[in-house]
Design a protein around this ligand. Structure first.
Ligand SMILES: Cc1ncc(COP(=O)(O)O)c(C=O)c1O
Length: 357
């Protein structure tokens, strides 16, 4: 029995992406590697139809956190100040990164179940500035909430502040308005909505933002990575195999209809699971219109602990995901990224019938 991953990445791979890992061994100082790197960078911009004259996709061998760290540590200028919008684990992680690098910052903290409060964010921007940047998580995977980039971007734009976005669990599946949201950069990873393998991460940044980058970090220095990649070079040994998989996943992504098709596919699967669980008395903790299509959080059924649910579903071939922190006792999460079909989700719902009866 094949186990399907319903955790928020790594995802269940297609055979095509898995097979791509078996391509010839490749030295990262050979032209074949630079062709691969160039294709990955060009295709990442194509996901959101970004103009390569204005935007650059910078690759790195890291997980999603590495890309977020590179973006925050490199793009807030030495004299800059960052406002961090926090409504979950990953917003808190951005604050930890800012603290670690000694970046001047303020935090607008929310309860993990709450949407960002624009009035509080604007009040902080106006009272504690000047700020150079606001950082926010697009899809806060802690709860499945999709934060509204456009509204916060508009507040930023009118104040001359730029937005830095953790789009680790939304890039490739949720719309991102790079222009209207006043975005300077977005950080993401290969192994979530793009269906690659862990090990390749990236920052898509405005070229002007990279030109003004601060070098607080050595390995994750975005400006150096960008400069060398533009010259068909690389400072370090990249995860060649993860790049093979990323390129194959991006080819497949395009052939399957790109961003809009992936969004539709995820939306159908997420709704199938949501309505199926609702009919079994298991409610999603956020209304669908506030949630991403990538992942939904559900209240644990009365009298059923997470471990029992997890182990029972795993025995039937499905890996689900626990809540984080205090939420672990209240909810579980199901993501529908990766090579998953409607028939698989029907089997999942039937498995729930047996376990929660
Ligand atoms: C929104 C968000 N940011 C950052 C991360 C961290 O990614 P990684 O575990 O690949 O470092 C995750 C992981 O799930 C995430 O969902």
């Amino acid at each position: 029995m094949k186990t399907l991953l319903l955790n928020p990445g790594p995802v269940t791979l297609t055979d095509r992406v898995r097979q791509s890992l078996l391509q010839p061994d490749l030295c990262h100082r050979e032209s074949e590697f630079y062709d691969l790197q160039d294709e990955a960078r060009a295709r990442l911009l194509d996901v959101y139809r970004l103009d390569p004259k204005a935007w650059s996709a910078v690759l790195m061998t890291a997980s999603g956190t590495g890309a977020v760290e590179s973006m925050i540590a490199s793009l807030v200028p030495q004299e800059g100040k960052l406002l961090i919008v926090q409504n979950g684990v990953y917003g808190e992680r951005i604050a930890s990164i800012a603290k670690q690098y000694g970046i001047a910052h303020e935090i607008v903290a929310h309860d993990w179940m709450q949407a960002p409060d624009l009035a509080r964010i604007e009040a902080c921007l106006d009272a504690n500035g000047p700020f150079s940047h606001v950082a926010i998580v697009h899809h806060e995977t802690t709860t499945g909430r999709l934060n509204d980039l456009r509204a916060i971007g508009a507040s930023c734009r009118s104040r001359g502040v730029q937005l830095l976005v953790d789009a680790v669990s939304s890039f490739g599946a949720e719309a991102i308005d790079f222009e209207d949201a006043n975005i300077a950069a977005v950080a993401a990873t290969a192994n979530k909505c793009l269906h690659g393998v862990p090990g390749a991460a990236f920052v898509v940044a405005r070229r002007t933002a990279i030109e003004g980058a601060a070098s607080r970090t050595y390995y994750l220095d975005l400006a150096r990575l960008a400069k060398l990649q533009a010259q068909r070079n690389t400072p370090f040994t990249p995860s060649v195999h993860a790049y093979y998989a990323l390129v194959e996943a991006l080819r497949e992504f395009e052939e399957q209809g790109g961003l809009e098709a992936r969004h539709e596919r995820y939306a159908r699967l997420a709704e199938q699971v949501r309505s199926g669980l609702a009919s079994r008395g298991i409610a999603s903790v956020l209304p669908p219109e506030q949630s991403s299509v990538v992942l939904r959080a559900y209240a644990l059924p009365a009298g059923v602990g997470y471990e029992v649910l997890h182990d029972g579903l795993k025995a039937k071939g499905f890996v689900i995901y626990a809540g984080q922190g205090d939420l672990s006792k209240q909810l579980f999460r199901i993501s529908t990224m990766g090579e998953i079909e409607a028939a698989d989700m029907e089997r999942l719902l039937q498995a729930f019938d047996v376990l929660t009866r």
